[in-house]
Design a protein around this ligand. Sequence first.
Ligand SMILES: Cc1cc2nc3c(=O)[nH]c(=O)nc-3n(C[C@H](O)[C@H](O)[C@H](O)COP(=O)(O)OP(=O)(O)OC[C@H]3O[C@@H](n4cnc5c(N)ncnc54)[C@H](O)[C@@H]3O)c2cc1C
Length: 406
Amino acid sequence: MERIVVLGAGFAGLWAAIGAARKLDELGVGPDRVEVTLVDRSPWHSIRVRNYEADLAETRVPLDDVLGPIGVKRLEAEVTGIDFTNRRVAYSGPDAPSLLPYDRLVFALGSRLARPSIPGLDMHAFDVDTYDAGCRLNAHVAALPARAPSPGQWTALIIGGGLTGVEVATEMPGKLRAALGDAPGTPRVIIADRQPWIGSDMGEEARAVIDEALTALGIETRPGVSVAAIDHDGAVFSTGERVAAATIVWCAGMQAHPLTARFLVERDRFGRVPVDPFLKVKGMPAEFAAGDVAWFPIDGSHSCVMSCQHGRPIGRFAGHNVVCDLLGLPMLPLKIDWYTTILDLGPWGAVCTEGWDRRVATTGAAAKRTKETINRQRIYPPRSGDRREIFEAAAPVVQAPPAFFR
Ligand SMILES: Cc1cc2nc3c(=O)[nH]c(=O)nc-3n(C[C@H](O)[C@H](O)[C@H](O)COP(=O)(O)OP(=O)(O)OC[C@H]3O[C@@H](n4cnc5c(N)ncnc54)[C@H](O)[C@@H]3O)c2cc1C
């Protein structure tokens, strides 16, 4: 029996595991000949892109609901290392540290928020990188009324004006108002970034829309500053300005999983390993990489982006190709020639852009409908338990871009 092991059950890994099972099923190859195992520390598939929302109840899907009907084995364990020479994954599970052999590997352990060594950051700043972190932030905000009154009790400072920071900031006035209820106090939200503008990743056209939304929601901006220190009651900027804030959310910078350092390849500035269009790690015989840990020119010239937009198709193709590679069949190259960005702007709406030059396509309520369709439907795996439906969703095809509500 041969083993395909997929590490990580996020947008890339889950779809790689389903894609591999789909291809094996199509070929009539049973688990007695090739077994697929998915390893994750959590029993959930987290819809990580929703972690900034006020209610996270619907943002996790039990992995067994998806993997059970298609015969993929699940191992709940912390991956601690990979021995490429002997083709074994080291993990610590509920029992003892152990080794899992593989014939083909799909490495999809994702990314994590970079946390530079700013005094007080680790101890006092919240984030929305994981489901647990998002829950911690929401519980903290809900508990603000119980905190001893202080100048920054109802102030939230969001550090990092990229896409995640803007989504956290535009959701925050509503979260603070809900916590405040009828009690006296005025919610204040500030978003800071060392770039000269907020929403730097979105391009000039969309930045004007973001500014309009931030102004409409009463959110203050502090572009062009970096944070020097954080404490229990607030933060100090590089300019010397001190902001009293009981809630500080760190949203600046993503890095690929640290185990990418074990691959014998040159990584890019995000720590990602280079793969070919078949998603196989360059120069490695049995290892594929997918999602935020991998990079290649996805349309032939632009590098893929750390995103679920790219992670899901990369996962589907990696799953298909890992089976083909193992069984000596031709693999399928992945090429996606469209790119969109859809940024939530809280109760103001959203902004959708098209193309790598990020031309604004829709804004406001129409864009928000598009965002909700993507975040609440399009990117979820089927939850019906229907084997055929699950397999069909993992076919190695490039989906059409999301339809924009105009
Ligand atoms: C708040 C927020 C908003 C976002 N918004 C968008 C958006 O609007 N659009 C978009 O396209 N992208 C967005 N992203 C980015 C997107 O979420 C990521 O690009 C995507 O999750 C990457 O998928 P992945 O499968 O590579 O990694 P992940 O989704 O991070 O999955 C990695 C998996 O590996 C597991 N894992 C990690 N380390 C270990 C270990 N050592 N042992 C065992 N298991 C482990 C984790 O539990 C996880 O299940 C957003 C991200 C955040 C945080």
